[in-house]
Design a protein around this ligand. Structure first.
Ligand code: FPP
Length: 256
């Protein structure tokens, strides 16, 4: 059994060490979908689905850290999610704030390094302060790199990146031909992180929803019918096992 490093609740879900594939992806991205459907199925308000989703997120971050995953990025709130009813948006922002209050210390003690991607400047001043403080607290940590996408949209990120590069060209700092895939990557919110190897999406929907479009160019996909609040550490490890069995070609020829 794996040692539980920062247990908060007993998930009774200790992962057998021999279930963990030796060839782990470097970077896993998760679209945590289906909170609303889960809540509806339980006869609860949608917000109850998000509250349960936070508990599941705790377990998955813990598992990712325990098994030695290098990078985990989760989609918590998209640039399009502002279109939801104000009561749901407010609840999600409050949940995000309490999540940071409750989880940061445990993550820090376990050497997790947190980072936020997306338009943080459009969040409340309190959330901007909390997220900046969290990043500063864990900046030197060398364990799991845990990224939370908040007010994130991949098209928005690419537009911001192109504008930054255009400004550098205009200022005479670089020439248009200096813009390469590498310079693009250095200006994305994910600068310094490896490309996404595996995208997991819960709830049965099979789409990218404006998440990490550049970074996941050669990612493998794992879809499950389970809604996010039902997703378990065992399901996470199963996705890693499926990934380990995939033949990745990156545009090249199949291995014969
Ligand atoms: C998608 O389910 C989920 C979201 C839009 C929010 C994801 C948020 C969490 C898992 C918890 C909050 C995270 C943090 C870091 C505090 P949905 O609401 O679209 O579900 P539906 O498709 O069934 O309606």
């Amino acid at each position: 059994m794996l040692k539980r490093l920062f247990s908060k609740r007993d998930t009774s879900a200790s992962i057998r060490t021999d279930a963990i594939p030796s060839a782990l992806p470097r970077h896993v991205a998760i679209i945590m979908d289906g909170n609303g459907r889960w809540a509806k199925g339980q006869g609860l308000l949608r917000t109850a689905g998000h509250a349960q989703g936070v508990e599941v997120l705790h377990d998955i971050v813990q598992t990712a850290s325990d098994i030695g995953l290098e990078v985990l990025t989760v989609y918590a709130f998209s640039t399009e999610n502002w279109k939801r009813p104000a009561v749901e948006v407010d609840f999600l922002m409050q949940l995000f704030s309490t999540y940071l209050d409750k989880e940061l210390q445990g993550m820090h003690e376990n050497n997790v390094r947190i980072r936020f991607i997306g338009r943080m400047d459009e969040l409340s001043p309190l959330l901007q302060e909390k997220t900046a403080n969290a990043e500063a607290l864990m900046r030197e940590n060398t364990g799991l790199r845990f990224n939370i996408a908040v007010n994130y949209g991949s098209q928005d990120e690419l537009l911001r990146t192109v504008r930054k590069l255009a400004a550098e060209v205009k200022a005479g700092a670089i020439l248009p031909e200096d813009i390469t895939a590498e310079t693009m990557e250095e200006h994305l919110d994910t600068a310094g992180l490896p490309p996404v190897d595996l995208v997991i999406r819960t709830s049965g929907d099979q789409r990218m929803s404006n998440f990490l479009l550049w970074q996941a160019a050669y990612a493998e996909f794992y879809f499950t019918e389970k809604n996010w609040p039902d997703f378990t550490p065992e399901d996470f490890v199963e996705a890693l096992q499926v990934f380990a069995g995939r033949d990745r070609r990156f545009g090249g020829l199949p291995r014969s």
